[in-house]
Ligand binder design. Structure first.
Ligand SMILES: [Fe+2]
Ligand SMILES: [Fe+2]
Length: 460
């Protein structure tokens, strides 16, 4: 694995050589605008920049620089010499919203030329390509990674839940990408979005939760990570867990699946059954993720623990298998619940999503020992599977309205059966009724014709 941290690299990196490379990169960028990529002079210049960078990377395989106004800094120190040309380069990066630039061993001349070309483009042109970060990535550049600038706290005041959710998605995508390429994950940004999410949940829990319900295929892993983070913090708040622990929990939940970046794409998205060998890739993601997170200073120690244990179930099943005497950490057991809940309620290539009610019912009754019993009971009651007034459809196709008992028996409340004309056909306590036809099949779509009658039925 590559070195993920350049915490003390300033001592080992030849900063004079680094400054020389940056000067050459700045020169390439300036000339690219004048001559265009195919001009012979450009090939000489990118070759010279490449040679200087290759020397820097031969000592240390990853070098990450922060962009601070008109400076490029290493470990918070400006590079010894930031000549004017390098300052101009830093200003250009800053102007495009880049906060960090990382170079890793294996970088090619073409990648340097791609970066220089992107840096010459106007903001308008870049915006049609999704911004400079997306543009550089879309050119197939993998050994130079740009990351967005860190938005200062004052600028984030007044952000709505949608901004918070989107920012969390972007940050987690950067983190996943960084883990994939062996680079450092953007920890300050991660902490900031988790704190913002917690603040947003404190003022209005429902808005952020509603966003967690909207899914798309292509962002599955990042959306799943953000959702598990939000749901974990909501759940923890409901349990009265201290706010400071909630932030550590949120960060750890956000990163619980980073090990999935090591699962081959075709295995992760395979619609059919997995072979034993393919399963082996999947089973390795908790330990792979934990290993990466444990090597990153500054992360809560809870992060590698949760990454390792979120599929190690309470009854000793799951993976990896822990030593017999060890139960997963209480917060790993909490994340295991919301992790399964979110996975079950999302469309996947191999199955359609379940409703929240179906997911909780399955976890309660079909896998009763897998999850911490007490936590699971609290989770089910938080979700209130069938609140009073819900319209439900039974296995025998009849429609009913829930009139009570859902807190005590989350999947078997008492209902009143109703006919198509909205007439009550009598109450049935599903918990006491053993007829399999009298089991809830699904929440009935709110049938508009029936809605005016629900009040009357509840009052009856
Ligand atoms: Fe997982
Ligand atoms: Fe997960």
């Amino acid at each position: 694995m590559m070195n993920n941290d350049n915490g003390s690299l300033k001592n080992t990196i030849d900063t004079v050589l680094l400054a020389e490379f940056l000067g050459k990169l700045a020169g390439c960028t300036r000339s690219m605008g004048l001559y265009g990529r195919s001009h012979p002079v450009m090939q000489e210049m990118t070759d010279a920049a490449h040679q200087a960078l290759a020397q820097v990377l031969s000592v240390n395989p990853v070098v990450t620089l922060a962009v601070v106004d008109a400076y490029l800094t290493l470990d918070s120190f400006p590079i010894e010499e930031n000549p004017e040309s390098v300052s101009a380069l830093a200003e250009t990066l800053d102007g495009h919203g880049v906060g960090e630039i990382a170079f890793s061993a294996g970088v090619t001349e073409d990648e340097i030329a791609d970066l220089a070309e992107a840096l010459c483009m106007t903001r308008e042109d870049l915006s049609t390509r999704g911004g400079i970060i997306a543009d550089v990535k879309n050119r197939g550049v993998t050994h130079i990674q740009l990351r967005s600038g860190f938005t200062p706290a004052e600028a984030r005041e007044g952000q709505g839940p949608a901004d918070v959710y989107e920012e969390a998605l972007l940050v987690v995508e950067e983190a996943l990408e960084a883990v994939h390429t062996g680079l450092r994950i953007p920890l300050p940004e991660i902490r900031a979005v988790v704190e913002d999410s917690l603040k947003s949940l404190t003022s209005d829990e429902t808005a952020l939760l509603a966003l967690a319900g909207i899914r798309s295929y292509d962002r599955y892993l990042s959306e799943h990570s953000v959702n598990v983070c939000i749901l974990s913090m909501v759940f923890a708040r409901g349990l009265g867990i201290d706010q400071s622990i909630a932030v550590d929990l949120g960060i750890s939940a956000l990163l619980h699946d980073v090990g999935k970046v090591f699962i081959p794409e075709d295995v992760a998205t395979k619609p059919g059954k997995l072979s034993e060998e393919e399963w082996e890739h999947v089973r390795r993601h908790p330990s792979a993720g934990a290993r990466v997170l444990a090597s990153m200073p500054g992360l809560p120690s809870l992060a590698p623990t949760i990454a390792l244990e979120h599929h190690a179930y309470n009854d000793g099943t799951g993976y990896p298998s822990l030593v017999a005497s060890r139960r997963p950490h209480m917060l790993s057991r909490l994340v295991a619940i919301v992790d399964t809940y979110d996975a079950l309620t999302t469309d996947r290539p191999y199955r359609e999503r379940w409703t929240g009610q179906q997911a909780v019912a399955w976890m309660l009754y079909e896998a009763p020992n897998r999850y911490d019993r007490q936590l699971m009971a609290r989770f089910a009651s938080t979700w209130d599977l069938y609140p009073i007034g819900s319209l439900v459809q039974l296995v025998n196709q009849q429609i009913g309205v829930v009139v009570g008992g859902s807190m005590k028996h989350p999947t078997k409340p008492t209902i009143k059966l109703i006919s198509g004309s909205g007439q009550s056909k009598g109450a049935v306590n599903l918990h006491e009724n053993a007829d399999p036809g009298f089991e809830i099949k699904s929440l009935a779509q709110p049938v508009e014709a029936l809605l005016p009658f629900t009040d009357r039925l509840l009052a009856a």
